[in-house]
Design a protein around this ligand. Sequence first.
Ligand code: SAM
Length: 490
Amino acid sequence: MGKESVGIIATQYYKPSDDLVLEGGERLENITIAYETYGKLNKEKSNAIMVCHALSGDAHAAGWHEGDSKPGWWDIIIGPGRCLDTDKYFIICSNVIGGCKGSTGPSSLNPKTGKPYGLDFPIITIKDMINAQKKLIDYLGIKQLFAVIGGSMGGMQILQWCISYPDMVRMAIPIATAAYSSPQQIAFNEVGRRAIISDPNWNHGEYYSLQFPDNGLALARMIAHITYLSNESMYQKFGRRLQDKDEYGFEFSTDFQVESYLHYQGNSFTKRFDANTYLYITKAIDYFDLTVDGSLADGLKNVKSKILVISIDSDWLYPPSQSKEILMALTANEVDVIYYELKSSYGHDAFLIEGGQLNYVIENFLSDILVRDVMSHMVAKISKNTSIEEAAKSMIRDKITHIPVVNMEDKLIGIVTAWDISKAVALKYDKLEDIMTKDVIMALPDDSIESSAQKMRKYNISSLPVVDDTGRVIGIITTDHISTLIAGSK
Ligand code: SAM
């Protein structure tokens, strides 16, 4: 385990006291949400990043489970010094509802029967997954996520977060994904589902105390796995090389390395995944469609987050054209959005492999934070005619140490701090004007956080009023707002 890892991690479980009301109208009672967190939540709870996993992922995104031989599925980008920097951010990843890695899904016990749900589990959607995650975020006391990020089905969840809870998402990074499933994507999912359903052991989903439908699930995974790779990466990995032989066998046992690889992938998948979950989650992906009356721009019109759309040039399952469609719809809505195409020969899987490019582009995006992104809009202001006693009282009442002084037009004319008040008491001043600092160091909403932090360090002050271009006070930014969000704080 390298120094840069988040170390040994244990999955946690949250059991909301209320039901999860599903898009299809049903209610899921007594749900459990499995989740992991890495890094520390700051005092303002403003540095949380939600990571959403893909079809076969889980809550274990980074670090190591005791005794494991490999780290979490996105360890390449989560950890100290990586783009999802655990020295700055508090990273959360939960297993989706419908999953089989600790969150309630078809293999969980149905409280009504005491037996696994099987097909009695209701159909769930990507929206339902986000509503379950929202319960977890509420429980953690987080009012707004600093960012949400995920690839493939994780990317769908990211878009859904931006639509379901636009005010709760500051920045969003959907990767290698689509705003709706294409016929080709649905077709591949259906072949996978048929492979499971055609396995006699599937038994209409009631196999938990019997034989598992391993053959069907392995076949589903083999088909899906092909779609995650590119032909080029398959050439690089296997070419036409034979497996454990020098000549063709002239029979139907395994000849090629690629065949052997797919068998291995299929079989190992059955040891870690539930066949019914595969059916439910692929259905959720198929149903995903953010267009409204055929318009994606209409579907995305409530988005408020700043967005980085990432695609992969060799991805033919979720091709760049689908990411560009998202980009265009967001641009039409004047959302602050940028687009990046990863250069990779790995195909769809590149979002789990291309650490160098991902770290570079995501770190740049996340650190491009402006004062307006983190300032507090709730700013107490006083006029210069306010008594010193009144000013002191409002500091105590609002638990603040700095109050901007404004004129009749709300324009900044000075600042008073708790330090100034004590000076007034010691020196027996009785007018606010005598103690306020008139030469105020301030910030503009479009200043970078980094430059504001530098100003604060230079002048040894912990708070800057934020003014608009007419000089009106529109917010305040403190070192606490910035604390864990900039490199300079490390
Ligand atoms: N430790 C203090 C803080 O937390 O800001 C700063 C110490 S500084 C020597 C104290 C003086 O800075 C006070 O007279 C106060 O009015 C002034 N001050 C605080 N914030 C200011 C700002 N944004 N612009 C100008 N002066 C400021």
